[in-house]
Write a protein that binds this ligand. Structure first.
Ligand SMILES: Nc1ncnc2c1ncn2[C@@H]1O[C@H](COP(=O)(O)OP(=O)(O)OP(=O)(O)O)[C@@H](O)[C@H]1O
Ligand SMILES: CC(C)(CO)[C@@H](O)C(=O)NCCC(=O)O
Length: 275
């Protein structure tokens, strides 16, 4: 498919968006992100216009493996919705609904972080149900990769028109009557080869160690040589995140509405729509 853009929009895409440091290829912005955001924006506008509940948000889920680039993609879509389509957008991560580390340790499941049993699923479902109804001024605790735990910082969600929900667990089978994916309006799955995912995970692990301050969980690794660090990262990747990817994430890809297939350099290879 080819697209053409109004001149003002073209200028916006080619000069303003790249200045935002979104880490996204210009060609992908023009050919993929903006048109897909335009389509989702249209669905979001139609939902709000036809809802008998009034001003309810459109829930956009962004899912895929750990380190697939969900955070970067959520930010990219959020900037496009806000700046081009003039929508109020909030982003939350389902990491906010992880049990705290001390609870995971007490339950003996600290090495199962990200698996279904590591979430406070009832809190997550209550949040999603309230968000869907358009209830104002919701708050969730922020998860920090750096601290490696749910923190005491509160994030406010106040009547967005589009609420982006970034999480590995959106398509999971939880032991609850209504699943998270039942409450989303549109779900994007970011897919890549396992080799690329592993590479991105290891790179991010090294970056977290490199930038670790005294509060960081990763400060314990500072000073180790790169080979040792890569081995630690590979071990965590293979025994936890890849296992979770195979057991709970990729097998439910068919529940998503669109699949964005990324190459190892993060550029987009193709987009598939479920019709
Ligand atoms: N478009 C991109 N261009 C370059 N690097 C990218 C891009 N998208 C993601 N990355 C890099 O890939 C790594 C993983 O990205 P990100 O942190 O967004 O993943 P994630 O899916 O949110 O991970 P998690 O599930 O652990 O929260 C990071 O190091 C990030 O900088
Ligand atoms: C917080 C999650 C589960 C998802 O973002 C992930 O980043 C994670 O921490 N997984 C556990 C194993 C690890 O990477 O340390």
């Amino acid at each position: 498919m080819d697209f053409y853009f109004r001149p003002d929009l073209r200028r916006f895409i080619l000069s303003d968006l790249p200045e935002m440091n979104l880490m996204v290829d210009r060609k992908d912005l023009v050919n993929a992100y903006v048109p897909l955001a335009g389509y989702i924006n249209m669905l979001a506008t139609l939902k709000r216009r036809s809802s008998i509940l009034g001003d309810v948000p459109y829930l956009l889920g962004i899912t895929g493996s750990v380190a697939a680039g969900k955070t970067v993609m959520s930010k990219t879509f959020s900037e496009i919705f806000a700046r081009i389509f003039k929508k109020n957008v909030d982003i939350i991560s389902t990491d906010s609904f992880l049990k705290k580390n001390n609870e995971l340790i007490n339950e003996g499941i600290i090495d199962r972080k990200g698996f279904p049993e590591s979430y406070r699923i009832n809190d997550m479902m209550n949040f999603l149900k309230m968000a869907r109804l358009g209830i104002k001024n919701l708050k969730v605790y922020e998860y920090s990769h750096d601290v490696y735990d749910v923190t005491d910082n509160l994030i406010s969600i106040d009547s967005p028109e589009i609420l982006i929900i970034d999480g590995i667990n959106i398509l999971f089978d939880f032991n609850v009557p209504v699943m998270p994916y039942n409450l989303m309006d549109f779900i994007i799955f970011i897919r890549s080869d396992e080799g690329c995912l592993e590479r991105w995970y290891i790179k991010r692990f090294l970056d977290l160690v490199k930038n670790a301050g005294s509060e960081s969980f990763y400060s314990r690794f500072v000073g180790m040589d790169e080979k040792t660090l890569k081995n630690i990262a590979l071990n965590v990747w293979s025994n936890i995140n890849l296992k979770n990817y195979r057991e709970n994430i990729i097998k439910n890809i068919f529940r998503s509405n669109a699949i964005i297939e990324k190459r190892c350099d993060h550029s987009i290879e193709s987009i598939y729509f479920r019709i």
